[in-house]
Design a protein around this ligand. Structure first.
Ligand SMILES: [Zn+2]
Length: 392
């Protein structure tokens, strides 16, 4: 029988569970409320923490419920919901106190202890106590009910600490458990280890990591770029060129990233014509703007500025862009306006266009839309690997 205080607690906590799907699920599927409420508690993390509603609800709940009050095992779900509310409203010491108290209760089953300790691990993580969080999740990683979720949290911790070897082991364990974990993540963690090996002057070890990365994700552009970097360091120009060109078949959106390296290869091979023919090919095939701009630079060097201006102007009717117009005018400016009074005016327009071009972000995350001026392999916003790509 529920007493008055418990009914008030239910009134406060059930809307949170209902908002996160528990109510609808229990109506439509008739599943056990206790298990679904725990899921609902987990889903509350999808909503922005520290909201005023959370803080107000936590205050009202804590007025009715004091850590240490023994409502019995049947109310464990409500106590976990209260702990979650404390954490979401930033009252981490209260959340930790509550979960540690619950963990000390000998009448809880193993499964209930695991649920409590997982919440405690999340408290430690929110408080920045990474060592404690890691210990809790490491112990839970072998548990049946919270194994995958704990491994996921450990992966987050190791990534934030840049402990790539441990992060790789976590990603491998998640993969072995059939969690549907993206192989792209594992490939990028191996690439991180390869980069560390390159920095330590261990190219053979780096190559081993990169082969494994490509085994996990054959479309991992980063692994191919790092293999090309190793080949360039060892002056294996033709091999580096082949690797760079193979990016086309992995993800042509990354072709702008290969151009400078490819130019370096062909300069050493003394084969500018093949380089220019490739730039022409990838512009016509993929409309890679950077290829057209680099080809114009090569034409200017070989045949003069007018040739570069004519080439770029020829592209404009089909596909105009700020950069193509800007660079066409830059090359045309030198030829057409020498000795005329319009030079200062034209150049101020060009400078304004340059300013506009600088405002454009060079890269964007295809997952969350985050924009940046440098390529990050790990999106700082959505924390996904390999989703930031050259824009346009
Ligand atoms: Zn993102």
């Amino acid at each position: 029988m529920l007493d008055g205080a418990m009914l008030e607690l239910l009134t406060l906590l059930l809307p949170i569970a209902a908002a996160s799907g528990w109510y609808a699920a229990s109506r439509h599927h008739g599943a056990k409320k206790s298990g679904l409420l725990r899921q609902a508690i987990g889903r509350t993390f999808e909503y922005p923490p520290n909201s005023p509603t959370d803080a107000r609800t936590a205050d009202e709940v804590s007025r009715l419920f004091k850590p240490g009050t023994d409502f019995g095992a049947k109310t464990l779900e409500l106590q976990l919901a209260l702990g979650s509310l404390f954490r979401r409203s930033g009252e981490l010491s209260k959340a930790i106190e509550l979960h540690e108290h619950l963990d000390s209760q000998p009448q809880l089953t193993d499964e209930q202890h695991h649920a409590v300790r997982f919440e405690l691990g999340m408290d430690y993580l929110s408080a920045g106590l990474l060592d404690r969080a890691e210990n809790v999740f490491a112990a839970l990683a072998v548990s049946g009910t919270h194994g995958k979720a704990s491994l996921q949290q450990m992966l987050t911790i190791y990534q934030s600490e840049k402990d790539w070897a441990k992060a790789t082991e976590c990603a491998k364990s998640l993969k072995a458990q059939g969690s549907g974990h993206r192989n792209a993540t594992l490939a990028h963690l191996l690439c991180e280890q390869a980069q560390s090996a390159i920095a330590l002057g261990k190219p053979d070890a780096a190559l081993g990591y990169l082969q494994n990365a490509l085994g996990e994700d054959p479309r991992c552009v980063r692994a191919t770029l790092l293999k090309a970097q190793l080949a360039l360091q060892q002056q294996r120009w033709a091999e580096a060129g082949d690797l760079l060109r193979s990016v086309e078949f992995q993800n042509p959106a990354f072709l702008p990233e290969i151009i400078d390296h490819l130019r370096f290869c062909h300069a050493n091979l003394k084969d500018a014509e093949t380089y220019m023919a490739y730039l022409d090919y990838i512009y016509r095939r993929y409309r890679t703007e950077a290829a057209a701009l680099h080809l114009a630079d090569e034409l200017a060097q070989r045949d003069g500025d007018l040739a570069a201006a004519n080439y770029l102007a020829g592209l404009l009717p089909e596909r105009a862009s700020l950069n193509l117009i800007r660079r066409t005018l830059r090359y045309a400016d030198v030829v057409a306006c020498e000795g005329t009074g319009s030079v200062p005016m034209l150049r101020s327009c060009l400078n304004a266009l340059d300013g506009l071009a600088l405002q454009k972000a060079g890269y964007a995350c295809i997952q969350c839309g985050y924009e940046c001026r440098e390529l990050h392999w790990h999106c700082p916003t959505c924390r996904t690997w390999g989703t930031i790509q050259p824009a346009g």
